[in-house]
Design a protein around this ligand. Structure first.
Ligand SMILES: Nc1ncnc2c1ncn2[C@@H]1O[C@H](COP(=O)(O)OP(=O)(O)OP(=O)(O)O)[C@@H](O)[C@H]1O
Ligand SMILES: [Mg+2]
Length: 478
């Protein structure tokens, strides 16, 4: 027992901690290398050494280090040149320069080029170790942050929101960042761009996720009904109020209230909403007591609210209250790189939902999807894919299973194909007929809406429908 104790005490003490961190020393002076090596090994660092800058660069290229100690005065390429070359491949790797006493100009230059720090010979061990620890600590923190961001981006899918365009990746970051807060969020974007999906993702990634997410379409209701829906009413508040009823602000307590289509809400309701946003208090219709709630508000609109403010249709103060955090969803046509990814997502989803084997798109079909302008945005793409999946009998969906207006199959050429002698007038008329039919189909045979899209009076559209012998189909219930 005593022998063993004796034997152990003669062995140099083991490193206090195995940091597992690797440091490369680049110095041509053996004495400097050795004393640094001893100092650092005793601290638990794994140390490697190079005697020239070129050798050091080779090592950096093939290994990972946590820090480099680099001598300024090296044979061959000098320390500054080597530092520059390190920066080209490893912009964040911490480098501490070793200099002879008093070379101030070089120090300034080295710091300007991104050296983390410098040591002057002879150095103070404790100070050097402290500098090394803090440089490595900072480096790892930055790397970790970068890794996290990269991991988030590489998922290309955040709470079922699919996208890889810069715009969507930025939105993922934003959603991740603001979801846990109670900040009011205003989501703007054309119809079908995914506003409700984002609202749900904000809720699902917040501390409120186990509480209700309550959507309400504020644009679709007459003012009275909307107000009693939002605020509730007491018994007898109006003739048909035979009993009291909680409003959605109360239903959503501790959760999230999603005010959809907020752009078309009436002025009176806007004033009341503004009050709730200010102090989270309101009164039921006919009520006398204020009710306090803890509700997060997310609003969405597909009209340009700023424009609505200018036109006096939307209260400016409410606009600023809602617009604390703005998420603008770009139309699909301005982020076409998302189309293949979204298509694959919906292919998987609808094949699975219909108990079908996996489906893929033929190259020409994918081309057509990427080239199309998607006025109905992601919702339209989703419908097209669902249709393709259901109609296809083979695993590969060809362009023949896409609606004609996507592939241009219907356009202009068709009449020429059948009748090479067709007059220009006939060709144009055929073209006009197809475009109008396609628009009507898209607007669910609502002529007023189609005329608005074409920016022509309804009467003009109706004349054309008559002249072109277009048969108006029945509107399908949505
Ligand atoms: N980035 C996306 N990834 C996956 N699915 C998406 C994406 N964007 C939209 N969708 C899907 O498209 C459809 C339409 O989205 P959503 O209802 O959120 O759009 P919206 O902007 O609220 O449309 P509207 O203005 O017409 O109400 C939904 O089925 C939604 O799941
Ligand atoms: Mg919506």
């Amino acid at each position: 027992m005593s022998e063993a104790t004796l034997a152990i005490s003669t062995v140099p003490p083991p490193p206090q901690l195995e940091t597992g961190q690797r440091i490369l020393i680049i110095d041509d002076e053996a004495a400097i290398r050795e004393s640094l090596e001893t100092l650092l090994s005793l601290e638990g660092y794994a140390v490697e050494m190079a005697t020239t800058g070129e050798e050091g660069l080779g090592r950096i290229e093939h290994n990972t280090y946590d820090l480099v100690l680099l001598d300024l005065a090296l044979p061959g390429k000098n320390g500054l040149e080597i530092l520059q070359l390190i920066r080209e491949t490893e912009p964040a790797l911490p480098v501490i320069m070793i200099t002879a006493y008093g070379k101030v100009d070089n120090i300034v230059e080295a710091m300007r080029m991104g050296a983390q720090n410098f040591v002057q010979k002879p150095w103070d061990n404790e100070k050097l170790l402290a500098d090394i620890r803090s440089s490595i600590g900072r480096y790892h923190a930055e790397e970790e942050n970068l890794q996290l961001k990269r991991a988030l981006k590489q998922r290309y899918n955040f709470s079922n929101i699919v996208g890889k365009s810069e715009a969507m990746l930025h939105i993922f970051d934003l959603v991740a960042q603001v979801a846990p807060t109670r900040s009011t969020v205003l989501i703007q974007g054309e119809s079908g761009t995914g506003k409700e999906l984002i609202a749900k993702a904000l809720h699902a990634n917040s501390g409120r996720k186990d509480k209700p997410f309550v959507p309400v379409n504020t644009g679709a209701m007459p003012t009275d009904l909307l107000e009693s829906t939002l605020f509730g009413h007491v018994k007898g508040a109006f003739t048909s109020a035979v009993s009291g009823k909680k409003g959605l602000f109360e239903v959503a307590n501790y959760g999230t209230l999603f005010l959809d289509e907020i752009g078309t809400m009436g002025m009176e309701t806007q004033a009341k909403i503004l009050r709730v946003l200010q102090d989270r208090r309101f009164m039921q219709l006919g009520g006398t007591q204020e009710i306090q709630v803890d509700v997060r508000i997310i609003a969405a609109t597909n009209v340009d609210l700023k424009q609505a403010v200018r036109e006096g249709k939307f209260r400016e103060d409410l606009y600023y209250r809602l617009n604390v955090i703005a998420i603008d969803l770009p139309p699909l046509r301005s982020r076409r790189e998302d189309i293949p990814l979204l298509a694959a997502h919906f292919l998987r989803h609808y094949a699975h939902e219909n108990n079908l084997a996996d489906r893929t798109l033929a190259p020409d079909a994918l081309r057509a999807l990427v080239d199309y302008d998607w006025p109905g945005n992601v919702r339209e793409l989703e419908n097209v894919i669902e249709r393709g999946v259901v109609l296809s009998s083979s695993p590969v969906i060809g362009s023949d299973l896409l609606p004609g207006h996507l592939t241009g199959r219907n356009y202009s050429t068709s009449l020429l194909e059948h009748n090479p002698n067709a007059s220009l007038f006939d060709i144009l008329e055929d073209f006009e007929r197809r475009i109008i039919m396609e628009k009507l189909e898209r607007c669910n045979w609502n002529q007023t809406e189609a005329a608005e899209h074409f920016r022509i009076p309804l009467s003009t559209l109706n004349q054309k429908i008559k002249r072109l012998n277009i048969e108006i189909k029945k509107r399908v219930k949505e």
